[in-house]
Design a protein. Structure first.
Length: 319
C-alpha cells in the first residue's frame, strides 16, 4: 500500500505524521534543514525557493509558537503567507472544512499548514485533494488532536542530532503527560525509526497511554530510575486543558514526583541535554534552574524549528 505522504516517485507530497515515514525521508528532511539554520545569521534572511507560492496557515486551535515559526519559515522562503482567522471565518457560520479548503484552492493556494483539535483533520484534507486530483497542493499537519505533530517531532530530532551527532547508542527519556501529547507520539515514532537504542517514557499511570509499550518504549513510573544514564531528557507540558476528571492530586504533587530539578537531572549523564517543546510551566514540570541552565537546549529548539519547517516546505514545493 502506497504511503499517502509520498508521491509516485517516493518524494514527500504531504507531511501528516512521522509514523510510517521511511528513515531515508526523515534523514533527508534533517539534512535539508541544516543549511537553513545559517540563513538566520544573514543580513537578508530570504531565499527564493517559494517565490510565487501561496501558503495558508489554517489554525483551528490557538498556537503562538507553531504558527509564528511556520509564518517566518514561509516568508524566509519568499512565499506569500495568509493567516486565516478561523474564529471569524466561514467555518463558524456552518461551512464544512472541505468546503473551506475548496474555496481556498479556488484562490490558488499552493500549501496548507493545518492545526486542528480533531485527530485526522490534515489527513482528511490530503485525501480530499488527492481525490479531486490536485497533486500540486500540499498539506502540512501542524498538530491534530492527540494524534501527531510531525514538524515538532522533526525539530526535536534535529536538535538531538545536532548535539549528539547520531541516534545509535542514545538513551532518550520523555517525561510527563504522554497521554495528551501529540508531540511525544511523533518524537517516539521518529526516534525508533532512526534507530535510537533506548526510548524511555516516564510518568504516572494516569498520564500514560494504554499499551504505550507497543510503541517500542520502556515505561518508568519512578522518575529517578527512568533518568538514570539518560543522554537526552525531554520534558512535556502538563496539558491541564485537555484533562477530563482528576488525573493528578495537584500541580505541586506532580512537581515533587515528576518535575525536573537540578538534583534529578544529576542522575542523567553529565553531558545530557534537556529539551521542552513549550510552552513551559515553570515550577510544574521543570525548575527554572534547569530551564535556564547549561544543559538546556530549549531556545535552540525554537531556532531549529524554523529551519526544519523551511526544509519541509521547500521539499514539498520542489515536488
Amino acid at each position: 500500500m502506497r504511503n499517502p505522504q509520498l508521491n509516485g516517485d517516493g518524494e514527500l507530497q504531504h507531511l501528516l505524521t512521522l509514523e510510517g515515514l521511511p528513515a531515508p525521508v526523515i534523514d533527508r528532511i534533517l539534512d535539508t534543514a541544516l543549511p537553513f539554520v545559517s540563513i538566520a545569521e544573514r543580513d537578508v534572511k530570504k531565499v527564493p525557493l517559494l517565490r510565487g507560492k501561496t501558503v495558508f496557515n489554517l489554525f483551528f486551535e490557538n498556537s503562538t509558537r507553531t504558527r509564528t515559526t511556520f509564518e517566518i519559515a514561509a516568508k524566509r522562503l519568499s512565499a506569500d503567507v495568509i493567516n486565516l482567522n478561523i474564529g471569524v471565518s466561514s467555518t463558524s457560520k456552518g461551512e464544512t472544512l472541505l468546503d473551506t479548503i475548496d474555496n481556498l484552492v479556488a484562490m490558488n493556494a499552493d500549501m496548507f499548514v493545518v492545526r486542528h483539535a480533531q485527530s485526522g483533520a490534515a489527513h482528511l484534507i490530503a485525501q480530499h485533494l488527492s481525490a479531486t486530483e490536485r497533486p500540486h497542493i500540499h498539506v502540512i499537519n501542524a498538530g491534530d488532536g492527540r494524534h501527531a505533530h510531525p514538524t515538532q517531532g522533526l525539530l526535536d530530532l534535529f536538535t538531538i542530532r545536532h548535539y549528539k551527532k547520531e541516534f545509535h547508542g542514545l538513551t532518550v527519556a520523555i517525561v510527563g503527560d504522554l497521554l495528551h501529547s501529540r508531540v511525544a507520539r511523533s518524537l517516539i515514532h521518529g526516534l525508533t525509526t532512526l534507530g535510537t537504542t533506548e526510548v524511555r517514557v516516564i510518568g504516572p499511570q494516569t498520564l500514560l497511554p494504554a499499551a504505550v509499550e507497543s510503541m517500542g518504549v520502556r515505561v518508568f513510573h519512578d522518575m529517578r530510575a527512568g533518568l538514570g544514564g539518560a543522554d537526552v531528557v525531554v520534558m512535556l507540558r502538563l496539558q491541564s486543558e485537555r484533562m477530563k476528571g482528576a488525573l493528578l492530586p495537584s500541580a505541586g504533587e506532580y512537581f515533587k514526583h515528576y518535575g525536573l530539578t537540578v538534583e534529578k537531572l544529576a542522575l542523567a549523564k553529565p553531558d545530557a541535554i534537556v529539551m521542552h517543546p513549550g510552552p513551559m510551566n515553570r515550577g510544574v514540570e521543570i525548575d527554572s534552574a534547569v530551564a535556564d541552565g547549561a544543559h538546556s537546549v530549549i531556545l535552540p529548539q525554537v531556532t531549529f524549528g524554523i529551519a526544519v519547517r523551511m526544509a519541509v516546505m521547500s521539499m514539498l514545493a520542489a515536488n
